[in-house]
Design a binder for this molecule. Structure first.
Ligand SMILES: Nc1ncnc2c1ncn2[C@@H]1O[C@H](COP(=O)(O)OP(=O)(O)OP(=O)(O)O)[C@@H](O)[C@H]1O
Length: 577
């Protein structure tokens, strides 16, 4: 962290350090001036002494002004640099997360990533700020004041110095306690975000299953955990006060006894004693802060560690960015002996062979959990197969630039994802820089134009979070319009299982029929109509393509498809027959 940020902002930090040193030096000097000031006063030297005093008084005023200006400059530099660091860290973390493979996201809750992005970046700033401020302001001030003490009375200064390690030792124990509490507090905050997020997204389920009390109890538990951790941290920080105050008081008392004796009995000059005691009292705050530095650092360090944990996770090297580009000719997809499992001990696909011909629709059917959606993910290289190969027009997709592969594929997922924004913006995501005419044409092809025009603001209607203001069928058609706009030669379609009403389904089917023309389409099919419309059907069972052929061929064969079809659509099939 230091090497990265301190190096980038070296000039800003150096500037801040110089200003801090100036302010620390001004403090020490103004205290040192007390010695001649008090001695001039005690001299009773008439106008000559008063003239000197006047000069000294203005010198003190000038030093205070200098300290004020230096502090102002230093605060501005430190805040700006701190804000820069937060912005850089957030952008860097986001980039890193974006570059992670799809599996990374399955293993994490989104709120955990959000907490890291929102809270943890501050930790990096705080740690650096604390280190620099302590090194600059407090160390310089304390050293300057110590120099004043040594200059005025070396023996008394030695007495003060010997007390410091005792304080540091006593504070050490508190630190461990604070570190643990900071970690718990961070985890608790993440949990609070998670519960809030799930409540917003799952509000219908929560209400319909009367889960309000369950959610309330969950939130209360997490809120309580954060409160407890915050209290533990507060107690830790507070416990440092009696330790340092008592020790500080003892030192001041010792100095008063010894210094008082020196002035009153041994006739030492009172100015030195006065300057010493003010230097000691002024040094108290910076030294106390330095003693607590490790303690204050803990909270920031826990957060900073959260960011670096994530940033240190290596990015996959499988994206082949800058590698050879995929240039499909006809768009034939071939899967040869593909084996894959999300976890090595549970294989999902086991030597699967499959060919999706260009200008045809290949429907994947089979039992739930059989691996149909997994095939769609593998073709887009969301994951890499552990065995076998996937090629498009004879080119193995493992060797090509992933972006070029995804450029030729339009994916319409089972749960259509719409981004915050308008309908126009959502369709436009299909092709960056698409013209308005192209967007409207895509919407027409997707049978979405009419319903869009019937909305109050047409293409400028906001879709709501995740498209919550639109119906399922409308969302589907927007996703299809997006796919049209992409002009990809391969369509991968994960059909939603939830039945749309007959009217919506007809509209979606019409849109899909249009989309499929002249393209290679692989569809995870759940609807009877989609299956019957397909040119080829592939039954995915036990990690393999158990059977493939046309609907009639497969029914005649009376194999797995026949069984699957009879159990899934038996009732309707009889009706159709
Ligand atoms: N991200 C994941 N991590 C671990 N296992 C997963 C993951 N996604 C899917 N699986 C598992 O892989 C298997 C195949 O899942 P897949 O979604 O491909 O099935 P499917 O045939 O599409 O099912 P359905 O018809 O119900 O949509 C399932 O057993 C599932 O539990």
């Amino acid at each position: 962290m230091l090497s990265e940020h301190a190096r980038t902002h070296v000039w800003a930090y150096l500037g801040a350090l110089v200003l801090m040193a100036l302010s620390g030096g001004a403090t020490a000097l103004s205290v040192a001036l007390l010695q001649p000031i008090v001695n001039r006063m005690m001299d009773f030297g008439g106008t000559g002494a008063f003239k000197q005093l006047r000069f000294l008084a203005f010198a003190v005023a000038a030093l205070y002004m200098l300290r004020g200006l230096a502090t102002c400059g230093q605060l501005i530099i430190m805040s700006r640099t701190g804000n820069r660091i937060i912005a850089t860290m957030q952008a860097r973390l986001f980039n890193h997360v974006l570059g992670q493979p799809v599996g990374f996201f399955s293993d994490r809750h989104s709120s955990e990533l959000m907490a890291r992005l929102a809270l943890a970046a501050n930790g990096v700033r705080d740690v650096l700020q604390l280190l620099i401020t302590s090194a600059g302001r407090d160390v310089v001030t304390a050293l300057g004041l110590l120099a004043v003490m040594i200059h005025t009375d070396a023996l008394m200064a030695l007495m003060v110095i010997t007390c410091m390690p005792i304080g540091a030792l006593l504070l050490g124990r508190v630190i461990r306690r604070i570190r643990k509490a900071a970690r718990r507090s961070f985890d608790g905050s993440t949990k609070i975000m998670q519960i809030m997020q799930e409540t917003v997204h799952g509000i219908r389920i929560i209400k319909s299953f009367n889960l309000q009390d369950t959610m309330r109890a969950r939130m209360a538990g997490s809120v309580r955990e954060v409160e407890k951790s915050a209290n533990r941290m507060a107690v830790g920080v507070a416990m440092s006060s009696p330790v340092s105050e008592t020790l500080g008081g003892l030192v001041v008392a010792l100095i008063i006894l010894y210094g008082g004796w020196r002035v009153s009995v041994a006739h030492a000059d009172p100015g030195s004693f006065f300057a010493f005691i003010v230097a000691l009292i002024s040094a108290y705050e910076p030294v106390k802060r330095l003693g607590k530095l490790n303690l204050d650092l803990q909270n920031g360090l826990v957060s900073a560690r959260m960011i670096y944990d994530l940033l240190d996770e290596p990015l996959p090297v499988t994206e082949n960015a800058g590698g050879p580009k995929l240039v499909p000719t006809v768009g034939r997809i071939t899967l040869q002996g593909v084996s894959f499992g999300y976890r090595p001990e549970t294989p999902v696909l086991d030597g699967l062979d499959l060919v999706a011909e260009p200008d045809q629709t290949t429907a994947l059917v089979g039992p739930s959990g059989g691996g149909k959606s997994t095939i769609i993910s593998l073709i887009q290289r969301f994951y890499d197969p552990q065995g076998g190969s996937i090629s498009i027009d004879g080119t193995d997709i493992a060797g090509v630039d992933v972006a070029s592969l995804r450029n030729v594929i339009a994916f319409v997922s089972q749960d259509v994802f719409l981004f915050q924004g308008t309908i126009r913006e959502n369709i436009a995501l299909g092709r960056v820089g698409a013209s308005d005419e192209a967007i409207v044409a895509a919407a027409r092809q997707a049978h979405a134009h009419d319903f869009i025009m019937a909305l109050p603001s047409g293409y400028d209607t906001a879709v709501g979070e995740h498209g919550s203001k639109l119906s399922g069928g409308q969302r589907q058609r927007l996703a299809i319009a997006r796919a049209f706009l992409k002009e990809a030669s391969i369509i991968l379609l994960d059909e939603p299982t939830a039945a749309l009403d007959a009217e919506s389904e007809r509209e979606v089917q019409k849109a899909l029929e249009a989309l499929r023309v002249g393209r290679t389409t692989i569809v995870v099919a759940h609807r009877l109509q989609t299956i019957m419309d397909a040119d080829r059907i592939c039954v995915i069972e036990n990690g393999r393509a158990a059977e493939s052929g046309t609907h009639e061929e497969l029914l005649r064969a009376r194999g797995s498809y026949h069984t699957f079809f009879s159990t899934q659509f038996g009732e309707r099939k009889r009706r159709i027959a």
